[in-house]
Design a protein around this ligand. Sequence first.
Ligand SMILES: [Zn+2]
Length: 426
Amino acid sequence: MENQTQTGQENLSQLKSMFSDYQKKQTQSTNRKSREDLLAKYFVPRKTKEIFRILPPKAGKKHIEEAFFHVVTTNAAGGKKKHGTVIYCPAHNDPKVPKLGTDGKPLLDSNGAPMLVPAPCPLCARHKTWLAKQDPSLKGIKKENMNDLQLVVKAKNDEIYKEAIKWDAKKFYIVRGIDKGLEKDGVKFWRFKHNYKNQGTLDKLLPILEDYMTSQQADFSDAMTGTDLNIIMTDSEFNGHVYKAISAITAKGKSPLHADPQVMQVWVDDDVSWRDVFLPKKAPNTTPYEFLEMVAGGTSPYWEDTDQTNKHWVFPGRPDLEEKANTRTMNLDSDDDDFEQASDLNEELPRVTISNITPDKVGTFTDDATDLGKETLAAAPVAAPVAAPVAAPVAAPVAETQVADVSDDVTDNDSDSNSDYDDLPF
Ligand SMILES: [Zn+2]
């Protein structure tokens, strides 16, 4: 009798989880966002005073999450360069992938389990190759003990190191919350860079949150007993550039998240994660991996919108991809990201259900699951055609209606522009 009840309860809980899974899928399909919707999910303090409320973390998540992005220079409209482009790093953010042997089969460890390595990232690979160029003969020698020749080598090593760190993935913190000045946008994500000099946003935020916790004996993110945060912004000058910087953060004091309990619940329950917002970059007919390869080679594609009557994609050095990007139709690209599989298949491959893994990325994993270091070999030749940006005329004959379709992809390519405030470069 007891057993029967238990089984009944188990069934019920299984059924419950089915409903919640199904609901999740429903919201997942609406998680595909337009460029504007996506930008509305970024919290970027810019006004002199901003008010932000940190939301309680979802189950299994932290109040302040850590994620990694490359901050690099990419090509931009008008043949310009865009500095400080923030790009998702697969090696640091994606699940590890099986390491493949020279025969293409997964290598096993001594327990017979597949050996795992970080997902390949052409930018991390570039970082590694640069580091390897340093002269190792100085290892363990203190600067004051170096002779003149060694000092010359050291200076060279320092130059190499400076180039190498440009390609390194940078640690960012991400906080989920509500912009009290723009409540209609709902849940947003505040992303800021780790600062090695302890002068970053986190270093200003943590003492305030800790103080609130001890003085109020409450969780700063609690929907009832948490606090709104005042963020005071200022213009800060460095190296001739003016940056938006946080001058102070203060806790406003205990208050409910929102006067309307229903609104409050919607915000607290919102399933959108930072992975739905800070997406890997890509361009038409290219995977995020290929996009990273092009960034590493200096040939990152971009949406050319300088001439209002001739907006089009530019793929430096790749006229084939450029033509394809500017002539394809809606039908050809519509289902790239939405490739769904039978539900029982998903159960056998739990990794596929992780939100940021799209079918095209899974393809990339199996193709390229080798050492990060190896990737540079593949990435290096891409650098060759950098010098010759392809002229616009390729795209000229494209009919206007097609261009309108194509522009949808700006979502993927340029979701960061205007959205991340300039961090001080230290
Ligand atoms: Zn990387």
